[in-house]
Design a protein around this ligand. Structure first.
Ligand code: NAP
Length: 254
């Protein structure tokens, strides 16, 4: 029922985790996909191989999306290879493993978090939107987090970067509606990926992660990719400026 046949999608951070699951699911739904990796070329090649089983075009590109020049190169590459740009999933991000109280949080750590998690989202959207305006429509799905809704103690800069994505998306939803560009967020709770492994692969970490989750388990990357696909699909043509909560009932907010 959900089909992305004939659609061209750009997914950031597609080499691992939620992005990799999204690349594969989008290809399965019939989309041509370009995705970036930052350092992990091997993982990107593996994702390319798996996603290509569905016989659509799938290509990866190396980019540090906190750099404007790299974001431009990635969008240009996607547009050149796929011929158009219908969907952008701004997913790439980082999280710091160690707890950092605010008085120890350095300017360098703050800047890096905001650069990779927030500036990158601005950068790819900035370069993708002119193509969508020219095509008279598009979909943008940015990946926030429950941390952007309820904050995250000792990871306050991560929470700030993810909260900013929500207000950025809301502003763009109104701004771009006249161009038939729909802009939404998906906000996952804990997901079993490399990013969360340092917490979830420890008994105590998993226990504290599960405590507020009504479903009493963490998500798989595929369970986040599904709602991302939905938000990018023709089943979601009247949703814009929304935060789609995918958190197993841990943060119950509208
Ligand atoms: P992940 O497994 O660590 O994968 C991160 C992806 O982002 C990789 O493809 C990585 O490329 C790429 N990346 C990292 N730094 C980059 C940079 N500077 N420029 C471009 N790409 C970069 O992470 P994940 O768990 O799938 O998370 C994906 C998104 O979901 C993130 O925005 C994260 O904040 C959000 N999220 C995750 C969770 C969770 O529990 N996992 C919960 C809520 C929200 P390489 O492979 O080359 O390193």
């Amino acid at each position: 029922m959900i089909s992305l046949a004939g659609k061209a999608a750009l997914i950031t951070g597609g080499s691992r985790g939620i992005g990799a699951a999204s690349v594969k699911l989008f290809a399965q739904a019939g989309a041509d996909v370009v995705f970036n990796y930052h350092r992990n070329r091997e993982a990107a090649e593996q994702v390319e191989q798996e996603a290509r089983k569905h016989s659509t075009r799938v290509e990866s590109f190396k980019a540090d999306l906190g750099k404007m020049a790299d974001a431009k190169k990635l969008v240009d590459f996607a547009r050149d290879r796929l011929g158009r740009l219908d969907i952008l999933v701004a997913n790439a991000g980082i999280w710091n493993e160690q707890d950092t109280p605010i008085e120890k949080l350095s300017e360098r750590e703050w800047d890096e978090m905001i650069r990779v998690n927030l500036k990158s989202v601005y950068a790819v959207i900035h370069y993708a939107v002119p193509h969508m305006i020219a095509q008279r429509g598009g979909r943008i799905v940015a990946i926030s987090s429950t941390a952007g809704q309820r904050g995250e103690a000792f990871h306050s800069h991560y929470g700030a970067s993810k909260g900013a994505i929500i207000s950025f998306v809301k502003g763009l939803a109104s701004e771009l509606a006249g161009h038939n560009i729909l802009v939404n967020c998906v906000a996952p709770g804990w997901v079993d990926t490399d990013m969360s492994a340092s917490v979830l692969h420890k008994k105590a970490g998993m226990k504290s992660a599960l405590a507020p989750i009504a479903l009493k388990r963490v998500a798989t990357a595929e369970e986040i990719a599904g709602p991302i696909l939905f938000a990018a699909s023709d089943l979601a043509t009247f949703i814009t400026g929304e935060v789609i909560n995918v958190n197993g009932g841990s943060v119950l907010c509208g």
